[in-house]
Design a protein around this ligand. Structure first.
Ligand code: PLP
Length: 373
């Protein structure tokens, strides 16, 4: 089977394109799982001074909840003058950091050398498609969307895969639709589609005719079979992701200094990412310190987009000042943490994770001091 390159339904069609996104899909939990460290706690607990703290907190530990497979999420013994866990209140808050492109700023950056705009539907939060489409039309530049995170998501009721000159999905194992590796380009531009078909097969147009530059971008049978299997369970996976997301929202709602990325209620979404922003000024403890404690407790939360492309080679050396032009990116890379979700994470695990987060953030200054010593 070959890589999926689907042509969209006829131009001007108002229904969603007959692309892979209309079919049922899957998620194999990608970003993190609970319960993998052989030796939870370790160094972090030592630095937190478990014995001394346990004494100060009258021996009370916050127990890790049992996970589905019978293991425990570990125990946290941080102790001293712990505040009680926050009361639960249902409320949705917006992530203060900016994710995604802002059309106004895109327009400001267009120069005579600009040939295209690439919008990224980060964490399934869809770009301002209409505004970007209008800008691309006005300046006569191409519009592409990186839809790696947005399989199964919609914009104004129309499924992602139907916008711009092309949208590109990732089917990597950490993404919502998992084919181990692979992806798809979705376009209704016939010429582009045929060029991409050539490119993914070394530029071969026949048995021994190479007519275009190409590479090997073919999908293996096994990968395709994996994708099809996952497609069958797409709606079940979304339901689990959504349940976990809503539980996190509920259990962290009253906690100062943490905000979860919100999704549009009226749109379809895969809920693949539970993204928390930690505001150290309010919590007294940094995102990295929270992550350190979570990892010590067997919770593999992940810093997403860390440390940022511009801080990796070759860009770091070529553009050492790039961060100054990317204030929002810098904030995201410093403050954001993706929490475990997916079918391997049940309600008890979410509760256990939230209890650890509440404990750490409610006692941020104490924990930060101890981790720094
Ligand atoms: C937003 C975004 N775009 C593109 C990619 C790359 O996808 P792939 O690994 O399938 O090339 C990723 C992978 O993490 C991603 O997060």
């Amino acid at each position: 089977m070959t890589m999926l390159i689907r042509r969209r339904a006829g131009a001007g069609a108002s229904r969603a394109p007959r692309s892979v996104v209309e079919a049922p899909v899957v998620v194999e939990v990608g970003q993190s799982r609970v319960g993998e460290c052989a030796e939870p706690g370790g160094d972090v607990r030592a630095r937190l001074g478990a014995d001394e703290c346990r004494h100060a907190s009258r021996g009370r530990e916050v127990p890790g909840e049992p996970l589905e497979d019978g293991r425990h999420a570990g125990r946290l013994a941080v102790g001293a003058r712990l505040k009680p866990l926050g009361r639960i209140r249902q409320e949705r808050r917006r992530l203060p950091v900016e994710v995604g492109v802002e059309p106004r700023r895109v327009e400001q950056m267009i120069t005579p050398r600009t040939t295209g705009i690439l919008g990224v539907h980060v964490w399934g939060r869809v770009c301002e498609v209409e505004a970007l489409t209008e800008i691309a039309r006005r300046y006569n530049v191409k519009l592409l969307f990186d839809a790696a995170h947005a399989f199964g998501c919609s914009y104004k009721g129309k499924m992602i895969g139907g916008f711009g000159d092309a949208e590109i999905f990732s089917f990597h194992a950490t993404k919502f639709l998992n084919t181990f590796e692979g992806g798809a380009v979705v376009t209704d531009n016939d010429e582009l589609a045929s060029r991409i078909r050539l490119m993914k097969n070394f530029g071969f147009s026949g048995y021994d005719q190479v007519i275009y530059i190409g590479t090997n971008g073919k999908m293996t049978e096994v990968s395709a079979a994996m994708g099809l299997t996952n497609l069958e369970s797409m709606h079940d996976f979304i339901a689990v992701n959504r349940r976990n997301y809503e539980q996190y929202q509920e259990e962290l709602a009253d906690l100062e200094g943490v905000t979860l990325l919100a999704y549009e209620e009226e749109e379809r979404c895969n809920y693949q990412y539970v993204v928390a922003e930690i505001d150290e000024r309010r919590t007294g403890v940094s995102r990295d310190q929270l992550m350190e404690v979570l990892h010590a407790e067997n919770v593999l939360a992940r810093r997403y987009f860390y440390p940022g492309c511009h801080r990796m080679e070759p860009y770091r050396s070529d553009y050492p000042e790039a961060g100054k032009q990317l204030p929002e990116t810098e904030k995201v890379t410093e403050r954001v943490l993706c929490l475990p979700t997916g079918t391997a994470v049940n309600a008890a695990a979410v509760t256990a994770i939230c209890r650890i987060i509440c404990l750490v953030l409610n006692n941020g200054a104490v924990i930060s001091r101890k981790l720094n010593t």
